[in-house]
Design a protein around this ligand. Structure first.
Ligand code: AMP
Length: 508
């Protein structure tokens, strides 16, 4: 039984001391070096802050983040990653909620420290890496460590505009790592290519699979994802066999025709999670890398990374929906109807998650926590929390869950209930459309379809007319050169809504 992820690190550093753990373009850390630097950083942090306190890590996405994160854990604290590219206003909001004991920064973030203000103590990461390891202090901290202690807090965008800090314990990460490594036989031969920023839960497998197994994670420059031909060449050059990315990043490879330049033959496992993966784009990946297993995972930050999975085991038509599949063996899923009862098969209900993967709630936000982490209404006999996701799904005839959009993306028009994702799905099946997002203008009861691609708006309407009933056809189309993306690399729906579907901004 593992109490903390540090046990993973120490065991793996014993087994594979000289194997590369994390490598970016400038530096490679072996497991021995990682353990050593994490111990030094832990000793430096422990001198400045007591256990159970947040340590904000304000740095560019580089390999040196990892020993700092683990250093926070050695100090009995929890880390909160904040990217140097994050807007200062957002960082300030996070600071307000967090009131961290210490900010650890790098050269990239140093110039922005004044901008975010505050009286918080600061330390350059290089100073932390130069500290002497204080064995006695670290040992004393470790004696009190429990697997319910927080490992990190990730801030996600809240609907009120105030970011929510999702707390995750060591136990939740360990539980997920045991599941994913066992399920997909991940071991020291795995080589991963990190895509997601560290402040986003999509990077959690990249950070902890190496610790548990001895695998290696390569961190290419962020700019490679804008020019995906480079990322494919990087994958080939480093002989990467495992990709854990968000669908948008996979789609970008297809939209930029990157496979025309390079098909990395080493890839054997592609896991994606975080948004709908359009089948047309998936099919291009499957055609180019037929030996790989592709997996659709589902999960919010509040469930560590994923709580449902579907191994793609058959062909899917370009306009079909990929199922979310079944609950991961360490989690439970309930679909609750409006009356808080479990829905019948085929009926749509809200996805509610149970299990050790669950967050301990939002940091410093008891009301927001109470609103969504609630007693399982189907169990009146003992305390059992579940997390209400706000996502909708139904169970198909084969027993797989199928995503039916978010509660707040479901609209009523002309008396029909319409899931905007259905229209997006039909748009993405049109070969010339690269990216699509539908928003609803509430006052005008009008669906607005925003897309990128090599096709005019009239033609899109004609093609959709062949696939969708009249009442689902958008009333207006907006073609953009580039789709706005949020910090997590997903389509920025809020911004599109504000720009095109709010009374004050829309003019004919
Ligand atoms: P995040 O907390 O940023 O990881 O976002 C979680 C949300 O992403 C979920 O509540 C879903 O709305 C969406 N999501 C995650 N995985 C999938 C998936 N496989 N298919 C569709 N939507 C997904």
């Amino acid at each position: 039984m593992y109490a903390t992820v540090l046990q993973y690190l120490e065991e793996t550093a014993e087994r594979f001391p000289d194997k590369a753990a994390f490598a970016d373009m400038a530096e490679t850390y072996t497991f021995r070096e990682l353990a050593d630097l994490a111990g030094k950083a832990g000793s430096a942090i422990a001198k400045r802050v007591g256990p159970r306190e947040p340590v904000m890590v304000y740095m560019d996405k580089k390999a040196y983040n990892v020993p700092v994160f683990l250093g926070a854990a050695y100090a009995g604290c929890f880390y909160v990653p904040v990217d140097d590219q994050m807007p200062a206003e957002r960082v300030k909001l996070i600071l307000d909620t967090l009131q961290p004991g210490l900010i650890i920064y790098d050269d990239a973030a140093e110039g922005r420290l004044e901008e975010i203000g505050g009286q918080v103590g600061r330390m350059h990461y290089k100073e932390a890496f130069q500290a002497e390891i204080d064995e006695a202090r670290l040992h004393a901290i470790r004696q009190n460590a429990k697997n319910t202690d927080l490992l990190y807090v990730l801030f996600t965008s809240g609907s009120t505009g105030v970011p929510k800090g999702v707390t995750i314990s060591h136990g939740a990460v360990i539980d997920f790592m045991e599941w994913i490594c066992d399920k997909y036989r991940l071991d020291e031969t795995a080589a991963l290519c990190n895509q997601a920023p560290f402040y986003f839960d999509a990077s959690v497998p990249d950070l902890y699979i190496p610790l548990k197994t001895g695998a290696t994670v390569y961190i290419p420059p962020k700019s490679y994802y804008t020019f995906p031909k480079k990322v494919l060449q990087f994958i080939e050059q480093k002989e990467i066999n495992t990709l854990i990315w968000v669908p948008s990043a996979l789609c970008n490879v297809v939209n930029c025709r990157a496979f025309d330049v390079c098909v990395p033959g080493t890839v054997r496992l592609v896991i994606f999670c975080g948004e709908v993966m359009p089948c047309r784009h998936l099919n291009v990946w499957r055609k180019n890398i037929p030996k790989a297993l592709f997996v659709n995972m589902y999960g919010p930050t509040e469930a560590t990374y994923a709580c449902m999975y579907y191994n793609i085991d058959r062909e899917f038509a370009d306009d079909e929906k990929l199922p979310l599949g079944r609950a991961c063996e360490n989690s439970g899923i309930l679909l609750l109807g409006e009356d808080d009862r479990a829905v019948e098969d085929g009926e749509i209900g809200e996805i509610c998650i149970l299990g050790q993967c669950l967050s301990n709630g939002y940091y410093n936000a008891a009301d927001r926590t109470r609103a969504v982490f609630v007693q399982n209404p189907v169990n009146t006999r003992w305390t059992e929390y579940l997390y209400r996701t706000g996502d909708l799904a139904y169970r198909d005839a084969a027993g797989n869950m199928v995503f039916a959009g978010r509660k707040d993306f479901q609209i009523k028009r002309l008396g029909h209930r319409i899931e905007l994702g259905e229209i997006e799905n039909a748009m993405l099946a049109v070969a010339e459309i690269e990216n699509a997002c539908c928003i609803f203008h509430d006052a005008r009861e009008e669906i607005i379809a925003v897309y990128t691609g090599r096709i005019g708006t009239d033609e899109v309407n004609g093609r959709l007319g062949a696939r969708l009933p009249q009442y689902m056809l958008p009333g207006r189309y907006v073609r953009l050169d580039a789709m706005p993306m949020n910090l997590n690399g997903k389509i920025d729906r809020a911004r599109l809504k504000q720009e095109y579907a709010e009374e004050t901004t829309w003019t004919d």
